[in-house]
Write a protein that binds this ligand. Structure first.
Ligand SMILES: [Zn+2]
Ligand SMILES: [Zn+2]
Length: 137
């Protein structure tokens, strides 16, 4: 099995994940747009059970469109976004593909929240896409 390792730009925060991701997707929700400063976030969803997180993060809570609370964790020194924790799914967490040591392992399976996507944020039209969250997740 593959080990997924990565961390923030300054190296103060590192993670090591010894499970396969439950989901890999591009997310165009407003929250991801604000968190990345771009058109979408490319994310991997992992079970918390297989993850070792080290370092210290600053957390910021936001309310998603659905009304649920999301906690975003980022590095207080370099500002890299690291983890997202969802109140409704405490057993999983989300990382962004760009934080991986080898971001080429990211293989997007779908695009979600295309409702808030921008025309300039062009994503492979061959991927299944959903106006909100995928019905299967
Ligand atoms: Zn950092
Ligand atoms: Zn999102």
């Amino acid at each position: 099995m593959r080990t997924y390792t990565g961390g923030c730009a300054c190296g103060a925060n590192r993670y090591e994940i010894n499970t396969e991701p439950l989901l890999m997707a591009h997310c165009q929700c407003r929250d991801c747009q604000e968190a990345t400063g771009s058109g979408h976030a490319s994310v991997l969803v992992f079970p918390k059970s297989g993850a070792k997180l080290s370092g210290s993060v600053t957390e910021y809570s936001t309310k998603a469109d659905s009304g649920e609370t999301k906690k975003r964790a980022f590095c207080p020194t370099c500002g890299s976004p690291l983890y997202t924790f969802l109140e409704s799914m405490p057993e999983v967490f989300v990382i962004k593909a760009g934080s991986l040591d080898d971001p080429t392992v990211f293989q997007p399976q779908m695009v979600v929240y295309t409702d808030s996507g921008c025309a300039w944020d062009y994503i492979d039209p061959a991927l299944p896409s959903y106006p909100k969250m995928s019905p299967s997740t």
